[in-house]
Design a protein around this ligand. Sequence first.
Ligand code: SF4
Ligand code: SF4
Length: 136
Amino acid sequence: MASIPSPIHPDNLKAVNKIAELSGQNVHECMQCGTCSAVCPMVGSMGFTTRMGIHYLQFGEIEPVIKAQIGEYCASCHTCVVRCPRGIDVPRVFEAVRQLVLRTNTDLIKPQEIPKETMAEAPQIAFVSTFRKLTS
Ligand code: SF4
Ligand code: SF4
């Protein structure tokens, strides 16, 4: 029997496997129902919906997910985890994408670019958690 060609470009397969290794999740189990997007409190801030993020990853497309900053905006509230009919831990998947970015020594926030007013008014704990999450 002839083999079925994979829809994933060989260059992208490595990254997809890395995300599976880091997250312990199989994005190919997602059936694109959209429930995670419907319940996500942060979806309005992301570049596109969580469902779309998983869809891109199913095809090994990591760059659009990085650009959409889903990993940064995800609040790890786990609402989508308890609602996903396929039992996928969505925030772990996006956390893996964020980790791949940080492993390239890329800082996702530049302290010198934070407005002085924000520095004066924002609670210290916000800075601590932000730097922990967004700097390599
Ligand atoms: S864990 Fe992240 S992706 Fe899932 S609902 Fe909460 S904010 Fe949205
Ligand atoms: S809720 Fe689960 S199955 Fe539905 S789109 Fe989101 S990740 Fe996929």
